[in-house]
Design a protein around this ligand. Sequence first.
Ligand code: PXG
Length: 466
Amino acid sequence: MNKITNHLPTAELQAIDAAHHMHPFTAGGELAQKGTRVITGADGIWLRDSEGNKILDAMAGLWCVNIGYGRDSLADVAARQMRELPYYNTFFQTTHVPAIALAQKLAELAPGDLNNVFYANGGSDANDTNIRMVRTYWAEKGQPQKEVIISRWNAYHGSTIGGTSLGGMKGMHGQGSLPIPGIEFIDQPNWWAEGGDSDPEEFGLACARQLEEKIKDLGEDKVAAFIAEPVQGAGGVIVAPDSYWPEIQRICDKYDILLIADEVICGFGRTGEWFGSQYYDIRPDIMTVAKGLSSGYVPIGASIVSDEVAAVLAGTEFNHGYTYSGHPVACAVALENLRILEEEGIVDHVKNVAAPYLAEQWHSLADHPMVGETRIVGLMASLALVPKKGSRAPFASDAGTVGLMTRERCFANNLIMRHVGDRMIIAPPLVITPAEIDDLIARARKSLDEAYENVKKAGLLVAKPE
Ligand code: PXG
């Protein structure tokens, strides 16, 4: 077999990829026709591809490369750890230094009494842990019937059986007969798409109160937990109205429901705070973390658990864990990532420099004829594409048609800006500078202009009839 290197011609790499590599969330046949983009290297906020293009990665990989690409010290730490102790498990009464040190660091960084860490390999399996953990917690407290977990339509919590079930993506539920029993859903606080004629703050309250209604319908004695992302990421960077989170916290407290904050995207500086829970001043009992925990350099995730929940679980054998829970190399790399985030003051950079500047620039796109609204929290932002300025009516074409056309222009302009339906989203590395933000916005505006022309030419600048 030939050695596969970056130096093979793109077409050859694409052909081998098409023949043997099954891509996530992809119609393989269609992609094989079109050919994948082959990424060969990266530095800072920039990717390189096999054709020599330099691409501005405004998605930080998949919302994860918080400290940017090309950090040698993470590679050095990984190599050192592999030489010293490449693997040992944390089952059977054993532990090792990287798992101990990272757990201590996470307890220090996490708010309140979230002082206890259960390791996973990513966000999906950490959420699987959470399902079993909250149900075991209530069983241990003598309330085994408190099993239902309430989530929200259009939430994303991963793509394992548990993660897909907790998520509110109907298209995902359709594949594999999901959700599993005992998961219930309320509406997302997406005023733009679902708020009708209501005032946004009233709508936020009404969405939160759906949680209360659901708890009353099911019975307080049946509900274990509510899970939510502080800002919905994969759902389209949906920012709840200000009225939403205080009301959710009140309801969880009143009915003795555990609150699980899924911080897989919002954690580790994305909002300008260490965690999205701090941005919204909520007090979760469990936080799911992954992605920015290692800036994506190695796979790792975790559930960070309150003292109360951990104390109850300590009373039983929780029969759960993964071969790679607390993998020493992953823990060592995550620790080095956290050291960089802290010592370089990257969370403060987001809060005081990058986020305010990006907000100013991002909102300047609101004057574009195809942009209906712009939303931003920290360094995660979205804009709604609309056929008719001044109206929230969606396009008549299938949702995502115009979004995809816009993303195609972004790709052509060497900008990674994604679409979710007809919303465009970004979440750049947290180290992005104001000059790089200018570059990002210039490419975004050019791509929007070009997409607008294409949409007009295709006769798609038409609103869905009411
Ligand atoms: N929770 C949240 C909030 C996430 O965003 C997961 C859990 C699952 O994490 P893992 O590490 O198992 O993938 C995620 C992941 C997208 C996209 O298209 C987003 C994610 C993953 C893949 C694609 O925006 N988020």
